[in-house]
Design a protein. Structure first.
Length: 417
């Protein structure tokens, strides 16, 4: 029996049959964001793990790691200058166990790694002062904007890769609250977000354009490791005589591996015995790697330069690497100092202000009518008194601090009893 004929009275489809699908603009190297209806957050990355990917780059790339640490040190400098501020550091501590140097360093590291940072703010039991805690940004996720285009709360989880074992905690956004009406002991989250034109919710770090270069350096390291741990294997091919059975073949392979695999067996001598005069001796066919080695070295040098460019670091000497370029300076000390001053003018001062403005606001909340002063680094003076105290808090009074988030509630704070 044939297929039944469709109804001759079926209405014809009319009008435009094209449909528009709205897709979020995605820039290569930046995190994909999408709504997570299960936990009422916006995923940071396709699998909600983009911060962990950035942390992995920081952990594995030596050049990138050094560049991040340098950027953090450029912000923190030689610490808070309480003497110049004319205050007692022990009396204006952010919480009962940390100093402002601890908080500033943690905020700076998050800001360089992610382009954002988060602080937990809790009103103390006196109802007048506040305690401040750094919240690791990788634990924070944004909720969706409300009808007014505001984020009213955030979600915090100890591990977003397994939220079922680490249930997210809902924390109100600090900037949506009246400070005088905050509940004592209730955590509120403040998040400083650097403007990123292609990101609706999250931010991108300054080195985004160098992420591929960072990944390349990691692969070069893996290449070196393979060459060391498998020293014999990549260098050539060994052609042996015919083997009678699998057991004998496995024994020969195992013996060769024991002789040559591993850096401790590099450049060792291989000895072979023939069982009779007619037997063909084993043949070793080396691979020609000279040209590859040259290309590898040149590519690795380009990768390092690209990583430094991504961080806008003008000289590798600032992160402890040699610089063989002839730039006309009378000494390396002058070259380093000039490179550092250039970095501070282009990047460092802006990074420092992103931290200092928020700290000044927090001090003001606790009735401290003084602005934070950080001692700057000096690269041409290694004596104990080499760092000169400089007021680095020239806050733009016309620019408000961007506040958006806060962290999970901490147990044991004596101010919350």
């Amino acid at each position: 029996m044939g297929r039944p004929k469709g109804s001759p009275n079926k209405p014809k489809q009319t009008g435009n049959m094209l449909y528009t699908v709205q897709l979020e603009k995605q820039i290569d190297g930046q995190a994909v964001t999408k709504k997570n209806q299960l936990y009422d957050v916006v995923n940071w990355g396709a699998k909600n793990n983009y911060p962990l990917l950035l942390l992995d780059l920081y952990a594995q790339s030596p050049t990138h790691h050094a560049a991040v640490d340098f950027a953090v040190n450029a912000i923190v400098g030689d610490g808070v200058d309480y003497e110049a501020m004319k205050v007692d550091g022990s009396q204006i501590m952010p919480n009962y166990y940390q100093t402002w140097e601890d908080i500033i360093r943690s905020l700076s590291l998050d800001y360089i790694l992610y382009g954002s940072y988060a602080l937990q703010i809790i009103k103390n039991k006196d109802g007048k002062t506040f305690s401040f805690y750094h919240t690791p940004l990788e634990k924070v996720r944004w909720t969706q904007y409300d009808e007014d285009g505001q984020i009213t709360h955030y979600k915090i989880s100890a591990d977003w890769t397994s939220p079922t074992q680490n249930p997210p905690v809902d924390v109100p956004a600090f900037d949506m609250q009246d400070a005088s009406k905050l509940e004592k002991g209730q955590p509120y989250l403040l998040v400083y977000r650097k403007y990123t034109p292609t990101m609706t919710y999250y931010t991108s770090p300054i080195y985004t354009a160098a992420i591929k270069a960072i990944q390349s350096e990691i692969e070069y390291l893996n290449y070196d490791l393979k060459n060391i741990t498998n020293g014999f294997v990549p260098s050539g091919m060994l052609v042996l005589n015919e083997v009678e059975n699998d057991q004998e073949r496995e024994t020969i392979i195992r013996n060769i591996q024991n002789m040559f695999v591993g850096s401790e067996n590099a450049n060792s001598l291989m000895v072979s015995f023939r069982r009779n005069q007619e037997e063909t001796a084993p043949e070793f066919v080396p691979f020609n790697v000279d040209a590859k080695a040259d290309r590898y070295e040149a590519a690795n040098n380009r990768t390092i330069s690209r990583i430094l460019a991504g961080h806008q670091i003008p000289s590798p000497m600032l992160i402890g690497m040699p610089d063989s370029t002839n730039s006309g300076f009378s000494s390396d000390a002058d070259k380093i100092e000039t490179a550092f001053q250039l970095y501070m003018k282009l990047v460092g001062n802006n990074n420092r202000m992103a931290i200092v403005k928020t700290i000044n606001t927090l001090l003001n909340m606790n009735g401290v009518d003084v602005e934070i002063i950080l001692k700057p680094l000096k690269f041409n003076d290694f004596s104990d008194g080499g760092n000169v105290t400089t007021n680095t808090n020239a806050t733009d009074k016309n620019q408000d601090v961007s506040t958006d988030n806060i962290e999970e509630k901490r147990e044991g704070d004596d101010n919350k009893e």
